[in-house]
Structures are given as C-alpha cells and as structure tokens.
Design a protein around this ligand. Structure first.
Ligand code: ATP
Length: 754
C-alpha cells in the first residue's frame, strides 16, 4: 500500500503543512519584531497558570521548553523548517484524560494562543519516551521529579524538503527498519546527527547525569563520537540555566578529526562549544606553542623495532603514570620548603613580618595558588606591611628626636651650646629619616630576591635530576635512559607528547595557566590514548570532574602511553567511586561480514577484558582478499574497483596503508597509472572533502569512516605484534559497506593467521 492511501495520510500531511506554515509565521513575525514577539510569548507564559490548573500538563509543556523563544531557538527553527519533526508520540499524562500527540524534532515551538506544543525538542524530558518507552505505562524524569502517564503510539516520519514521504508506527521490530535505512546510506566526509535513530543504550549515555563522571568503553562503530556530541547538545539544553555553551569542551585527537565532526553540533542547534585537540588545549594553557616532536614518533619507532624499544616503552608509560605525578608533587613540595627565605623581613631592627609567618602564608594560607602567584601575594603583603610599619617608624623617629630637642631646651642654658646640640639632633633626625626612606625603597625587592625564580623548562630539568626518581620501582638503567632521552630533547628545546601532562601540570602548579579556563564539562573522545596523568592534569586544571570519557581499548594503538585498563582510570582518576562505567557492544557502522573479519583480527590482541563488537544485522558483500605478484596489477585492480564503486554511488573511498611511507608509495603507483581521480594523501592536519579517493595511514584513520575501504599492503605487512593487530583492526572497522584487502605476495602477514 502506498503511504498516500493510508487513512491518516491526509491528516498527517495537513499537520505537516500547518507546522511549516506556523514556523513561517513565527519566523516572519520574529524577523519583523523580535522583541515584541518575545514579549508576547512571555505574556502567554504569565497567563498559563490561570488558564490551566493541571500541574502535570504544565510540567509537560514546560519541560518541552515551549516558551524558551530566544534568538537561538529562532535560528534553530529556521534550520528545521524543511523537516520540522521526525516522530510523534501519543501520550496521556497521569491524571489527564486526553491523549496528547507530541511531535518531536530538533527545535521546540509552542503555539501561544492554544498552549499547544507544536514541536517538542528531542532533548526534553518527555522526548525520552520516544527513545526508551514501550507502548503502555511510562515514566520520565523531569527537574521536578518523576512524571507518569501512558504511551499509545510512536510514529516515525520520513520528511524531505518539507514533503511527507513516509510514516510508520514503531514497535520493537520496526525500529530496526529505520535504523537500517539510516545505516544503509552513504558516508560523507562529515559525521552526521542521529537524533531520529538514537538507540536505547546510546540514549542512556547521552542523558546520563551531568555531575557524575562517566567512562564509556564502546566498540568500534558503536557511536561514541556521535553520542559524545549529542550528549553535549543534551547537557546544554538541560543545564542551560547553570552552564553556558562555552563551558563545554570536546577534545578530539587531531585537526582532521575536528573537521570531520565539525557539522554535528551546529546541526543540533548548538554553537560556541569549544572543540579542540588535546595538544591545542595544552598550548593554550601554556600560552605558547611548545616545540614538540611528532606525536606519532614513538609509534613509528615501535613499528620499526630496534633495541631501545623496551626502554622507550618504559619512558612513555612512566611519564603518563600516577607515580610520575606523585614524584612531581613531591618535587614541588620540596621546592616550597627550599625556596622560602629563613630570615625575618625587617626594617633596621624592626621585624615587619617574621619568617615563620611568611612560611605560613606560603604553605598554608595561599597553598591553593600556584607557587609563583604565592610569591607575588607575599610581595604584596610585605609592601603593604612595610608601608604601615614605615609610617610608624618614621613617626617614632620624629617623636624621639622632637623629644630630645625639647629636652635640649631644658638642659642647655648656654644658647650657643644649645643651638649646636639642637642642630645636631635635627641633622641626625633628617639623616635617619632619609636612611629609612631609602632603605624601605629597596627592602621588599631585596627580600624577594631571596626567592629563586626559574623557567618552566628549568624546573622540569631540575625535577628530572631529582634523586627521588631513583627511589621508584624502575631500574637505574630505565631512569638513566629516561633522563638522557629527555635531556637530549630539552637541549634541542623540544619535548614529546608524553611530557605534556607533566608540563601542563607544572605550569598550573608553578605559574598558573596563561588563559582563563572557563570549561567545566569535558568530553574526551578516543580517550584510550590518554594517560592517567593526562586525565588527572585535565581534572586539576579545569577544577572539575564532570568528564565524559569515551574510548575503545581494542583500538588502543597508543596503549604504550594510553589507558591500560579502564579499572586503572577509575581507581586513579576517580577514586571516590562516583564514576559511571558503561559498555557499548553494538556496532552500527559496518556490515556483519566486515565486522566478522575485523573481529577475527582483534582476537589476536591481548587487550584486557576484550569485548568483541556486535554488528547490527546488516549484510553486505564478503570482503575481498587478493594476493598480487605485480604492484601494477594491484593498483590497476584498486582503480577499476574505485570506478565501479563510484558508479554504485559510493562516494567516499579510502585506501589505507600501514604507514605514511606506504601511503606515499601507493600514491606514486596510482599516479604512474595515470588516473583522472582526485587523490589525496591524508595526514592529521588535512581536510579531505573534495577528493575522490583518499590514501591514509592506519594510525591516522582512527575515528573516521568511508563507504568503501581498500587495505593495501604493497611493501608493508601487518605482523602479529600487538600494535599491528590493533592497526589492522582500526583499518578494518572504517568501512560502512565494502572492503577489499589487496596484498603483494609475501605481505599478508597477520592476514594469513586469521
Ligand atoms: N543510533 C544510530 N543511528 C544511526 N546511525 C548510527 C547510530 N549510532 C551510530 N551510528 C553511525 O555509526 C557510525 C559510527 O559512529 P561513530 O563514528 O560515532 O562511532 P565510534 O564508536 O566513535 O566509532 P570508532 O571508535 O570506530 O571510531 C556513524 O556513521 C554513525 O552515524
């Protein structure tokens, strides 16, 4: 049956037309007179209580935020005009006898004349019923408590360019159909929003309580990045009265990834959220760009092998450990003892501030301030006290000499002698006053000079020479290597990513961060690459633990410096035990056939507590695996396939090589064959919209996705080493629909084991 024959088609169409018309009116009116419009909305709000006494109904409407008609929501309305809503729920709130159809979309809109919610925002409390409620009794949480009622229908719409194409009533089985439709679509060079198909387990992450930190271990393609962004949109909507959007931040691994996710928040109607990379955040806090070695250098060193691999592994792990932080804390503690002068602050024989009081300021009263800020504070105190004391001393001198002079008038009868004595006293007084004046000018400066001041780099160097490093469980050889390795970098004025946690921490503790950190709520994507020390530092500098941490240990290609197990993060970063831990197993990106092959790879890793991704049931072609004896034949095959795929509407196609060197080789071979395709080799800084085919190294491709992926092994094979297993797994979990693995003879490596 065509949808137009459905008995409710006409009424649904009419509803859509009416909604569009109403949006048009609202926009027109608001454009003409935005201020007056807002006034009239406020008025309607003021009248609401007297018009309808049902608290439940009012709560329902209020929770839909129908009155929050700000400029922001007008902008949102403009955005949703061609697709005002994606579903409808028919609910009857408890103690209310009418069934209310609520249309849910990416904006909220209310008809002030009838109090009817025209569109209910997907983030409102009642909309939760769409994501989690079953037909029958329902309940949902609002700011004022639990609301109850009954759900009679969930209806889903396909609306494109303002036209109603389809609608269907959902139950547990039909829900999948819609998801399938969405997953069957083509990949863009940008991630998209999923408001209409958010799954129950994902919804739970999105709507989890804000004040509790949360760790999400999610399989490849389980929607972590997507959920991270939807969660921010949800939190801003729900806690908008307490936090501004610029107090939210998402940390992504690199610029390429930031560009990939850039459209989602604006699509969700959210602006001003800080979207940055971890390194840029560090640079911002330190007020300058540190000269860093390539953040992937360690990974290259491991791929190349070599006799220092174990020691380098130790350096990465140690620099990201809780122990390293504790050593820095001990260094700072010792520093505060060492840098304090033992002498009292005195002017002549007068003690203005005793040494132990200065110590108390430094180690107790102002202990929350960065060390050098405490020094500044003490300087200010000494200046203030000196000012007061100087006045007292000057007065005392004047009084003393004036008294002496008075006495001289009594004691000396001989006028000549008296005059001589008085002049002497007056000169002495002047002299002393001048001396006190002169001395007090430099007194504070001289005293403050006793506080040694060093640069951040000098402190880090000093810390690395600290004997305490030798008291750890690490061997003398390991510590010696760490020192030598880091000093060699520092001598070249360079540091490595592994040092950034320590440096940002030291900057914060010694000098304070150079830019004001407004952010209170942090979402970290690809969090498996963060060390415990990095996470602790972020917590410390933001002064908040409202963290949403999303990652996948199976994709931990930087596990030598990143998360070993989530348990360790839970214990070290959130010791109070208030952190939520959730697992997402379902994977939405790829087909069953591709996921099965990827899972056969990852079982070769030793990831702790490995949970295999479960693909949603979506079938596709079996991944092709071929071996070639000629590179030119392999490349010709890729080109022929790409042509075919493009013809089949697969727009985003990637060739994944193990390393950048391999990618360049592939590019060279492709160029040699002469092709019209616009081909781009991607590194972490590039943007790839506009190219027909991208070639990307396995360690850069993490987080991205493509319609079709070719895994090409020209001269480099993935071995059975832990790192290679994860790199191949990451590569194999990137395609949405098609995958081929093309290897030169003898370069199948790990592939022969699966
Ligand atoms: N509920 C959903 N409805 C529709 N599409 C979804 C849903 N959940 C995830 N997807 C899609 O699945 C793909 C993977 O999502 P995403 O990139 O957010 O996953 P991820 O867990 O971050 O993946 P990875 O760790 O492998 O990079 C995206 O195309 C996303 O749009």
């Amino acid at each position: 049956m065509s949808i137009t024959e459905h008995q409710e088609y006409q009424s649904e169409r009419t509803r859509l037309e009416a909604t569009k018309e109403y949006i048009g009116l609202v926009l027109q009116e608001s454009e003409q007179n935005e201020d007056a419009f807002r006034e009239s909305i406020k008025e309607a709000y003021a009248n609401l209580n007297s018009l309808d006494g049902s608290e439940g109904y009012i709560a329902l409407l209020t929770s839909a935020r129908f009155l929050d008609m700000t400029r922001e929501s007008l902008r949102q309305l403009r955005q949703v005009q061609s697709k005002p809503y994606f579903c409808r729920i028919d609910v009857r709130p408890e103690n209310y006898d009418q069934i209310q159809p609520l249309y849910i979309g990416k904006a909220s809109l209310f008809r002030p004349d009838t109090q009817e919610p025209v569109i209910v925002d997907w983030r409102s409390p009642i909309a939760n019923v769409y994501y989690e409620g079953r037909i029958g009794p329902i309940s949902y949480e609002t700011t004022t408590g639990t609301e109850r009622g009954e759900l009679f229908r969930k209806r889903q719409y396909t609306i494109e360019n303002g036209e109603l194409h389809d609608f269907r009533d959902l139950d547990i089985t039909t829900r999948d159909e819609l998801l399938q439709e969405s997953l069957g679509g083509s990949a863009d060079s940008r991630l998209k929003d999923i408001v209409s198909t958010i799954q129950e387990e994902q919804n739970r992450v999105i709507r989890a309580e804000m004040y509790r930190p949360m760790i999400v271990q999610g399989a490849a393609g389980s929607g972590k990045t997507t959920i991270a962004l939807h969660r921010i949109a949800y939190l801003i909507y729900t806690y908008g009265d307490k936090f501004n959007p610029d107090q939210f931040m998402i940390l992504a691994p690199h610029q390429l990834f930031l560009k990939y996710i850039a459209d989602v928040l604006p699509e969700l109607g959210v602006e001003a959220v800080k979207q940055t990379t971890y390194l840029d955040f560090v640079f911002e806090g330190m007020g300058k760009k540190l000269k860093l070695t390539d953040p992937n250098e360690r990974l290259f060193q491991f791929l190349e092998g070599g006799d220092q691999t174990d020691l380098l592994r130790f350096v990465s792990r140690f620099k990201g450990s809780v122990e390293y932080k504790q050593l820095i804390d001990a260094y700072l503690d010792a520093l505060t003892v060492r840098m304090l002068p033992r002498e009292d602050f005195k002017l002549a024989k007068h003690i203005i501030c005793p040494a132990d009081e200065i110590q108390k300021f430094f180690r107790t009263d102002y202990v929350r301030l960065p060390i050098y800020k405490r020094v500044e504070k003490i300087k200010k105190i000494l200046q203030d006290r000196l000012k007061v004391k100087k006045k007292e001393i000057m007065k005392h001198i004047v009084d003393h000499y004036d008294h002496e002079i008075d006495q001289a008038f009594v004691h000396y009868r001989d006028p000549e002698k008296r005059r001589t004595h008085v002049v002497k006293l007056m000169d002495a007084k002047e002299d002393l006053l001048k001396k006190v004046e002169a001395r007090s000018k430099t007194l504070v400066k001289d005293y403050m000079a006793k506080f040694p001041k060093q640069t951040l780099a000098a402190h880090y160097r000093e810390f690395l020479q600290d004997e305490a490093l030798l008291s750890t469980a690490a061997s003398a050889e390991e510590i010696g290597f760490l020192q030598e390795h880091t000093f060699a970098l520092l001598d070249k004025k360079r540091m490595e990513l592994e040092d950034t946690a320590a440096l940002l921490y030291l900057q914060h503790k010694l000098f304070g961060l150079l830019s004001e950190m407004k952010v209170r709520n942090l979402v970290i994507d690809e969090a498996q690459d963060y060390s415990v020390f990095q996470l602790l530092t972020l917590k410390e500098v933001l002064g908040s633990d409202m963290f949403t941490i999303l990652g996948d240990l199976s994709q931990g290609i930087h596990s030598y410096r990143g998360v070993e197990s989530w348990d360790k993060v839970l214990q070290a970063v959130f010791p109070s035990g208030n952190c939520n831990y959730l697992v997402l197993e379902q994977s939405y990106r790829t087909t069953v056939e591709i996921m099965n092959l990827a899972n056969r790879v990852i079982v070769h890793s030793s990831t702790p507590g490995l949970v295999l991704a479960k693909p949603v049931v979506r079938h596709g072609e079996e991944p092709r695996q071929e071996v070639f004896t000629e590179e030119s034949a392999l490349i010709a095959q890729v080109l022929a396939d790409v042509e075919r795929l493009k013809g089949a509407g697969m727009n985003s196609v990637a060739v994944i090589g193990k390393t950048m060197a391999e990618c360049r080789r592939i590019k060279k071979r492709l160029d040699e064959q002469g092709t019209e395709l616009r081909i781009q080799v991607l590194d972490e800084k590039e943007d790839y919209s506009g190219s027909d085919l991208v070639i990307v190294p396995s360690y850069v491709v993490k987080g991205l996705e493509f319609d079709a992926v070719f895994i090409v092994n020209l001269q480099e094979a993935y071995t059975a080493d832990e790192l290679d297993v994860k790199l191949l797994y990451v590569a194999m979990t990137r395609p949405l629909h098609r995958m081929a693995v093309y290897s030169m003879e003898g370069k199948r490596g790990l592939l022969d084991l699966i």
